[in-house]
Design a protein around this ligand. Sequence first.
Ligand code: F6P
Length: 255
Amino acid sequence: HIMRDISGLPELEDALESLLDVSQCIVVSGDSEESAWVKSELGRACLNSIKSHLKDENIIAVTGGTTMAAVADALTPDFGGKNLLFVPARGGIGTDIKNQANTICEKMAEKSQADHMVLYVPDQVSEEVYNSFIQEPSIRKVLGKIKSANILIHGIGDALTMAKRRNTSEEDLQKIIQEKAVAEAFGYYFNENGDIVHSVQTVGLQLEDLEKISHIYAVAGGATKVKAIKAYMKFAPKHTVLVTDEVVTKSILKG
Ligand code: F6P
C-alpha cells in the first residue's frame, strides 16, 4: 500500500533509503535495461552527486561492466576541474576488453582530461601468483593508490550472469549455485541475505578497504537486477549511495 502515495522520484528516493537503510538513494525514471538513455541517466546522476564531493585531490576507484561504461560515457571535461586520478578497483583481465575496469578508467580519464593508472592482473589468480604479484613494484604503486581512494564507483550484477561472463571454473560455478548466490559486486558473491558466499581472489580493493572510502557509489538498474540489488544492499556499508532506476525502486518497494 506504500506505493499508492508514491509517484514522484524524490518520494521514491526517500522510501527506498528508509527501506534499504542507506544514507542516500538516487533514482532516475525508467528502466535502464530497456533504454540506453536511462542507462546514461544513471551515469549522469552518479557524476552529478560525485561532483559535489570532490576535494582538491581525488583518487577514484572504479569497477568494470556496461553500467560503469555508461558512467564513463557521461563524463565531460568540466568534471575534471579538480585533480583526478582514476584507478581500477581490482585486477580484471579476462572479461572482454571494453567492459574491463582498465579500459573504463582510461576512458574516464580521457573524457574528463584527468589521469589514470592500469592494473594488468587477471581477475582470478592463484595464491602463489597473488603473492608474487603484490611484490611487483609497478603493481604495488597502483595498489597503493587504490588503497587511498576517496571515491569508489562500482556496479552490481546478477551472480550467475557475472559468473558466466567471467572465466569462472566449473568448481566455483557449482559453489556459486549451491550457495544460492544472487548478487555480485567487485568480485564478491552474495546470497539473498547479503552474506558473502564466494569471492574471486585478485589484487586491489578488499572488503576491509570499503569502510575507509568516504564516498561509495553503487550504480545498477534494470528489472533483471532487482534481486541482486536487494541482496547486495543488505551487505553494503551504510554510507553507500545507491544510484538506480524507477523499475528497480518500485519493485523493491512493492516487496
Ligand atoms: O565485472 C565488473 C562488474 O562491476 C561486476 O562487479 C558487476 O557485477 C558487473 O560488472 C555489472 O555489470 P553490468 O553493469 O554490465 O551489468
